[in-house]
Design a binder for this molecule. Structure first.
Ligand code: NAD
Length: 281
């Protein structure tokens, strides 16, 4: 019988805990934690994510500052805004929603955020520290995955962990976090040959490929722990990268989509904001 890694439930516990802490901060008369979210243009998925993040901030009592800039924003204008937020004492975390419109230089914008306010953990300073195993801001989705595994007591040490996907925001950081917990980690990507020979060896399989129902039952080892990061919008609704109905017949644990990694990501964004507030205010 396959069990559910219930991200919705675990995330709501995290949020409740944070709300209590913010209440205490506000009652003591201090400046509350503040998150600035910058959205450029009208990418529909980005608008949904930004809306969810804003709502989550308000629910726990954070200040949330939304900057919705037009598609035609120039690099200079965006860098000026980031510079201003870097200096703003009410802003403890800065999040620039990706992807940016094509004419903007994402790398340069991420590098302009003060690492101390880089709530997504995408600044090279934070990613470098992550790889070195030093204290840093950990990107929200990978952090949420690790939190979920820990919550359910999933053993990681010595296990074969396979990560499908090598993006800077999910695949690479989660592989490093699993390595830090002493898993034997394999990273697969679009040029990997004989993918299923590798995924079949996974005790822990993390999938972040952005391909609907890509991982099927025959690619999964019996008893594996399967974490589905994918969010794919089909006409039939939201689906993950894992064929949930098939894979659950072989896995011991699995995350649903929606209700798995997604809510954890938002909860970790709140946690990162609070951590930055505590460290730097
Ligand atoms: P990305 O497009 O940057 O990276 C996808 C990765 O998958 C690449 O490294 C690519 O090499 C690999 N890949 C693609 N096709 C493959 C194939 N056929 N075989 C093996 N590997 C293949 O995506 P990303 O930003 O890492 O996001 C991945 C998915 O996770 C997307 O569906 C995205 O929407 C979702 N996502 C969800 C959350 C969340 O909170 N749940 C957060 C971030 C991303």
């Amino acid at each position: 019988e396959c069990k559910i890694l219930d991200g919705k439930k675990v995330a709501s516990e995290v949020r409740e805990r944070i709300a209590v802490m913010v209440k205490e901060i506000r009652e003591s008369g201090k400046v509350p934690p503040g998150l600035a979210v910058v959205l450029v243009g009208d990418n529909p998925a980005s608008k949904v994510y930004v809306g969810q993040k804003e709502k989550a901030c308000k629910e726990v009592g954070f200040e949330s500052f939304l900057y919705h800039l037009p598609e035609a924003t120039t690099q200079e204008e965006l860098l000026n805004l980031v510079g201003q937020l870097n200096e703003d004492p009410n802003v403890h975390g800065i999040l620039v929603q990706l992807p940016l419109p094509k004419h903007l230089n994402e790398t340069e914008v991420i590098e302009a955020i003060r690492p101390e306010k880089d709530v997504d953990g995408f600044h090279p300073m934070n990613l470098g520290k992550l790889v070195a195993g030093l204290p840093c801001t950990v990107p929200c989705t990978p952090k949420g995955i690790m939190h979920l595994l820990e919550y359910y007591g999933i053993e990681i040490e010595g296990k074969n962990a396979v990560v499908v996907g090598r993006s800077n925001i999910v695949g690479k950081p989660v592989a490093h976090l699993l390595l830090q917990k002493n898993a034997t980690v394999t990273i697969c990507h679009s040029r990997t040959r004989n993918l299923e020979d590798i995924t079949k060896e996974a005790d822990i399989l993390v999938v972040a490929a952005g391909r609907p129902h890509f991982i099927t039952q025959h690619m999964v080892k019996k008893g594996a722990v399967v974490v589905d990061v994918g969010i794919n919008r089909l006409e039939s609704g939201l689906v993950g990268d894992v064929d949930f109905d098939g894979v659950r017949l072989r896995a011991s644990w699995i995350t649903p989509v929606p209700g798995g990694v997604g809510p954890m990501t938002i909860a970790m964004l709140l946690e990162n904001t609070l951590e930055m507030y505590e460290r730097f205010s």
